[in-house]
Design a protein around this ligand. Structure first.
Ligand SMILES: O=P(O)(O)OC[C@H]1O[C@](O)(CO)[C@@H](O)[C@@H]1O
Length: 386
């Protein structure tokens, strides 16, 4: 299990380098009062040098967190599993900013200013304008381009931008590519239900929505269930409000093709062909094998579940350091439907690489596991359910 108590490690850097910058951004972006500011600063101090204080009495989800943290309360933060500690950090940040408490800040997404700025950027118009050029392409070629955009859209993650620099690294490599299998399976199950577990809002969610429109428009999916977070999480993770903002951005885009995608998706939502769904599990500090039965039942029978992004990947294959040549299928046998992971590599976890690729990456002298320059499309089929 990865922990964040080794100075210099990636996980240590997330708590000791990334979170302080994030906290500054949050406090600069909204005029929180002294009580919220002090609570956020206390959280930063606790999470970088203190112990895990048990949840306060007034937390509405106190009982769940007490149970999830059983055996961890009172330990230094770095001794908790990395994914657990990150998840608790974001839960506590919402508490500190008053997100759940009656008052002026209730329901205010502390990351909204960053998400809004990203969505408003001129670069988004440029990205959407590219859709006009894709319209004339044959379906298969357009499909490839849309999958690629959804995949690399994961690089636009705002949290990642905090350490990667404004432009981020260049997209250079696909370390595993099951995309042919992805399209072949969707063709085989044509007309089925596809689940998409979203990751980030803004520049990742836009290409995700365009891909969903393609699946619906071409009949590869008759229905799509789009899963988002029930509350702000990991900085840029998409909530239902972010889906609506992205839909508006598409509908109002100068690009005719993008605006048409927005209108089609709007209709798809009103017709319940596209449903936006959520579940408290998506903000729980748990891996997918521990998902509750009601959510498991929703994925069961889907023709395919597409899991976007790094965090979903960690929850899917486990936040542990396995030999990277471990078969992907071995790590996702717990999942109730066929799965496709679309992810750029932004944490140390990776499986399903072939030995030659691994040797090349290890010999490259780069921080390939975490620098976001590599991406993967990994598919595992569960045919008895489709
Ligand atoms: O947005 P993504 O692709 O899930 O990536 C978020 C990643 O950023 C990190 O939070 C690092 O801060 C990783 O722990 C996490 O996997």
């Amino acid at each position: 299990m990865i922990r964040s108590d080794v100075p210099g490690s990636f996980a240590w850097g997330v708590f000791h380098e990334r979170h302080p910058k994030l906290v500054r951004q949050v406090l600069d972006a909204l005029p929180y009062g002294p009580a919220e500011r002090a609570a956020v600063e206390r959280l930063l101090a606790e999470s970088t040098g203190g112990v895990l204080e048990p949840p306060a009495d007034d937390l509405h989800d106190r009982a769940e967190w007490l149970a999830w943290g059983d055996g961890l309360w009172g330990l230094p933060w770095g001794e908790a599993p990395f994914l657990w500690a990150e998840s608790w950090f974001y839960r506590r940040l919402l508490d500190a900013t008053g997100y759940f408490r009656p008052g002026a800040w209730q329901g205010i997404d502390p990351f909204a200013p960053m998400k809004n700025a990203e969505l408003a950027g001129a670069v988004v118009d440029e990205e959407l304008a590219a859709l006009d050029g894709l319209a004339a392409l044959p379906d298969a070629q357009r499909a490839r381009a849309l999958l690629t955009s959804a995949l690399w859209g994961n690089r636009a993650d705002l949290s990642f931008g905090l350490t990667a620099g404004a432009d981020g690294p260049a997209a250079t490599d696909l370390v595993a590519d099951d995309s042919a299998q992805f399209w072949a399976e969707l063709e085989r199950t044509r007309g089925g239900r596809v689940c998409v577990v979203a990751d980030n809002a803004g520049r990742e969610l836009l290409p995700d929505l365009v891909l969903i429109d393609h699946l619906l428009r071409t009949g590869l999916a008759a229905r799509v269930d789009l899963y988002v977070k029930p509350q702000p999480y990991f900085v840029s993770d998409a909530t239902a409000a972010d889906v609506l903002a992205a839909l508006d951005r598409l509908r109002a885009a100068p690009s005719a093709a993008a605006a048409e995608v927005g209108r089609r998706l709007w209709r798809a939502m009103t017709d319940e062909v596209l449903t936006v769904r959520t579940h408290s599990f998506f903000c729980a500090p748990l891996p997918f094998p521990d998902m509750p039965d009601d959510l498991r039942a929703e994925f069961t029978g889907a023709a395919m579940t597409v899991l976007k992004g790094d965090l979903n990947y960690r929850r899917l294959v486990g936040d542990v350091l396995r030999p990277p040549t471990t078969a992907f299928g071995e790590t996702v046998a717990h999942f109730p439907s066929s799965v496709a992971a679309l992810r750029t590599l932004k944490s140390e976890v990776v499986v399903g690489l072939d030995a030659a690729t691994l040797a090349r990456l290890d010999g490259s002298g780069t921080t390939w596991r975490t620098d976001g320059r590599q991406a993967l499309v990994q598919v595992e089929l569960r045919r008895e359910n489709s």
